[in-house]
Design a binder for this molecule. Structure first.
Ligand SMILES: [Zn+2]
Ligand SMILES: [Zn+2]
Length: 165
């Protein structure tokens, strides 16, 4: 779709956008679909995806066979300078957010493979057992752990002591 296809709807589109500079995210003020992407239902409009309409309007045209990859990762953002039209396959491969990136990694930061035996669940999603082992065997680790335990015990004792009269 070209800019000309969208022009008749331009005014209604802009009325629903909190427009900022090209570097800022532009918030879509109308409804969003269940996935959090901007949506629009206007009879006769060449697309129901306002981000596509805005893209065509501001950048000349949009190839309807492509999907939009949000470079800023804000699904509600309709700033056409934060969008890159890509094929559906590309979009999946690129993944979204650190979770997808993390899941694609096959080795930990220090090069140990993320095999089933070498992986345990932690707050980041998964941790590397080899790294954990190395950390625990590192010189000074036991002494530091003992010191921490002593401090915790001392703190608990202080807390339990009745206040002096
Ligand atoms: Zn944005
Ligand atoms: Zn590791």
């Amino acid at each position: 779709m070209t800019r000309e296809d969208v022009l008749p709807f331009a005014e209604r589109l802009w009325a629903r956008i909190e427009r900022g500079s090209n570097g800022e995210c532009w918030r879509w003020l109308s409804w969003h679909d269940a996935d959090g992407y901007a949506g629009w239902r206007v009879m006769g409009a060449p697309s129901r995806r306002p981000q596509r309409l805005i893209y065509a309007l501001e950048r000349g045209e949009f190839d309807n066979a492509l999907v939009i990859d949000h470079l800023c990762r804000n699904r509600w953002c309709v700033n056409p300078w934060h969008m890159e039209p890509v094929t559906g396959v590309e979009n999946v491969l690129r993944g979204v957010g650190p979770a997808a990136t993390h899941a694609r990694e096959t080795h930990c930061k220090r090069g140990h493979p993320f095999t089933e035996e070498n992986t345990y669940p932690n707050h980041n999603g998964r941790g590397c057992r080899a790294c954990k082992r190395e950390k625990q065997n590192a010189p000074g680790y036991r002494a530091r752990a003992n010191e921490m335990r002593r401090r915790r015990r001392r703190a608990a004792r202080t807390y339990d002591e009745p206040e002096a009269a």
